[in-house]
Ligand binder design. Sequence first.
Ligand SMILES: Nc1ncnc2c1ncn2[C@@H]1O[C@H](COP(=O)(O)OP(=O)(O)O)[C@@H](O)[C@H]1O
Ligand SMILES: [Mg+2]
Length: 256
Amino acid sequence: MSHSALIVADLYAEVEGKRILKGIDLRVEPGKVSALMGPNGSGKSTLAYTLAGHPKYIVESGTATLDGIDLLALSPDKRARLGLYLSFQYPAAIPGVKVANFIYAARQALRPGDLPPAKFRALLMDRLQVLDMDPSLLGRYVNDGFSGGEKKRLEVLQLAMLAPKYAILDETDSGLDVDALRAVGDSITALRADDEGRQTGFLIITHYPRILEHIRPDVVHIMLDGRIVKTGGADLADRIEREGYDTIREETTSVA
Ligand SMILES: Nc1ncnc2c1ncn2[C@@H]1O[C@H](COP(=O)(O)OP(=O)(O)O)[C@@H](O)[C@H]1O
Ligand SMILES: [Mg+2]
């Protein structure tokens, strides 16, 4: 049986003794984009950290599988090697490690020896251009003194160079200006079916619908208080843009 999907089923998780995720069901397929939207504090980042295997986020029950493999039984490192990439809301600086070397090491770890250095360099320059990034960033230390927008673009550059099977992007759009949003959107759209013949499946976590004008999602989930309360198509994101989360909160809590 083939299971090409990242599937989360009835997932409950707690942080610091408090239940945050209350039965999450999700499915992400290669080449598809699912969006997870919700107001601050609804548990979106908790889901990302739980899937990444952060030790503070404890799974109480439920499952998460990647192509049929039990993700929750694996170390964070093994999850990444299986092809799961997570970009976090607050990327860390790594003083002393240059961007180009960092990305090369990450690619080598994921796919040892699959790109000779010269080809790696050519691909890197190409991806840099799509993201409209200054090549001088490659010689700087990872995120060290980067502006908010530069950090986010670097996250997407790493993503584009790794071409993972599944990517979870947590608020990668926050703090981006319109040009950066478009660049990030183009880069992600290219990865849905990239020129190396790979397809990445995305879970795009976002508070604001704006990024979804550049990357039309196949599915939109709305999360409130640790639950997915509504699922729909791209038009659901348009509705959030117009109405905010309040009407959905009223609709879904009045019947619960
Ligand atoms: N490391 C943590 N320690 C304590 N509480 C946490 C931690 N991470 C998340 N939470 C709590 O979980 C809830 C959901 O937070 P979060 O997942 O960050 O929401 P979102 O990403 O949707 O804004 C919040 O009440 C938050 O305070
Ligand atoms: Mg968050």
